[in-house]
Structures are given as structure tokens and as C-alpha cells.
Design a protein around this ligand. Structure first.
Ligand SMILES: [Fe+2]
Length: 235
């Protein structure tokens, strides 16, 4: 099983505070049958230097792998959750933020009203031959002004990531239904940040999905994740 969206690397963003916490988060992932974790610390071109971020991310990953030692049976892939900001599509080195070994990049939409520039940037990212995976698309359903624009987003050549915690939430049931039955590739992520209110929670969401939609859909989500990570997904 794959967790496509995590803040599990120690001390790099508002996620795991230290190596100990990261190891415990990984233990929870393993207990739930997760064998592949995509580490996606926040990155924003408007506030950070790419080179410094990449260096910090590597150091955090090295420290974590060292602490895991022989327990390291889990596949940890480096990526980032990149804020969609003006000019992102023309930034040098954007490819370096793709998930290791792929051309997939996890993008986070702004929380405010989406206007033309947001879609233009995403289109230009796809034109750069990268595959955006849009983070927690269902969350934007909470913003009335963006509710109708979700279709515009998912009609683009993008993949959809859903947060595990949203599965089963009444206020998001309608949008989750719609996204899961979209013919675009959908993947699940815990978006885990800690061991308390945002802990790894993939298993519960997948159980709910297979109870409601059948095991076939759960299998398809995992298959989507594998294909994307192998770089074998074609639109
Ligand atoms: Fe996140």
C-alpha cells in the first residue's frame, strides 16, 4: 500500500518534529500495511530557496534512514508539496521537486478564490511534461467560490489526491464520491503531520472505500499509485 502525501520527514516543515516522531509515524504506517511512503514536505517558491530546501530535505531523509537502520523495510520516496504560486511553471529546477524517479509533482492549490492565473500555471506545468498530482482536491469543496471550479481543475491533465481523513466525512461525501468515480487517476494520502490529530490513517479510509465501493476500487487506487511511481501513467 502507498501513502502518497506525508509530512513525515523530521524537522523540515510543520510535520514531524524530530527523528523519533518520524520513526513512530513510520511504525504506524507499517502496522497499516503501508510499504511505500512519499515524503512531501511543503515548499513555496515565493518564500524559500530551492537549493536550500533540497539540501535540508536530504539531510532530514538521511537522519531518518540512519535512525531506522535495519527496520528500514519501507520504501521512502522524496517529493514535495509545492504551493501553486505565480510563475511556478517557469521556475528553474521545478523538476527537482518531482517525486523521486518520476515526473509527477504534488501541487497544492491556493486557499483563496481561484482565478485564471492558477489554471494557466497548472496548464504550463503540464506543458513542461510534468504530471501534476493535485493535493487534497476535496478540501477545496469547502470554499464556495471554488466549488464549481473543481471540475475545471480535474478536467486538466492532472491526477487527483484525496486525504484519507476526508473519506467518510459527511460534509465531503458528495465531492469524494465524484472524485473517486472520476476517470482520472486518483491516489490516497494521509497528509500525516504528527502522532495526534493528524496521524497516519490510510487503512481506515481504504476499509471505508472498499465497504462502500468494493475492493475493486481500492485495488485501482493502489494500482494508480504504482503506475504513477513507475512513471508509467499515460493520459
Ligand atoms: Fe500536506
Amino acid at each position: 500500500m502507498t501513502d502518497f502525501h506525508t509530512h513525515i520527514l523530521p524537522g523540515i516543515d510543520d510535520g514531524s518534529k524530530n527523528v523519533d516522531m518520524s520513526v513512530q509515524m513510520i511504525d504506524l504506517e507499517k502496522e497499516q500495511g503501508v510499504d511505500t511512503i512519499v515524503a512531501t514536505p511543503h515548499f513555496n517558491f515565493e518564500h524559500e530557496d530551492l537549493g536550500e530546501f533540497l539540501e535540508k530535505r536530504q539531510k532530514a531523509a538521511d537522519a531518518l534512514k540512519k535512525a531506522l537502520g535495519s527496520k528500514y523495510e519501507i520504501k521512502l520516496l522524496l517529493g514535495a508539496e509545492v504551493a501553486v504560486s505565480p510563475g511556478i511553471s517557469t521556475q528553474a529546477g521545478l523538476e527537482k521537486l518531482c517525486i523521486e524517479g518520476t515526473k509527477c509533482i504534488l501541487l497544492e492549490m491556493p486557499m483563496n478564490d481561484w482565478t485564471g492565473w492558477v489554471f494557466n500555471e497548472i496548464y504550463a506545468v503540464t506543458a513542461r511534461n510534468l504530471t501534476p498530482i493535485m493535493a487534497h482536491v476535496e478540501r477545496y469543496y469547502d470554499i464556495a467560490a471554488n466549488r464549481e471550479k473543481i471540475d475545471t481543475l480535474t478536467d486538466m491533465e492532472v491526477c487527483i489526491q484525496i486525504n484519507a481523513a476526508s473519506v467518510g466525512r459527511i460534509s465531503r461525501r458528495k465531492i469524494i464520491n465524484k472524485l473517486l468515480q472520476n476517470n482520472k487517476p486518483v491516489v490516497i494520502g494521509s497528509d500525516t503531520h504528527n502522532l495526534t490529530d493528524r496521524k497516519p490513517n490510510i487503512q481506515r479510509a481504504l476499509h471505508k472505500i472498499s465497504r462502500k465501493y468494493g475492493q475493486q476500487l481500492t485495488d485501482r487506487l493502489e494500482n494508480n499509485a504504482r503506475l504513477l511511481l513507475k512513471g508509467n501513467y499515460a493520459f
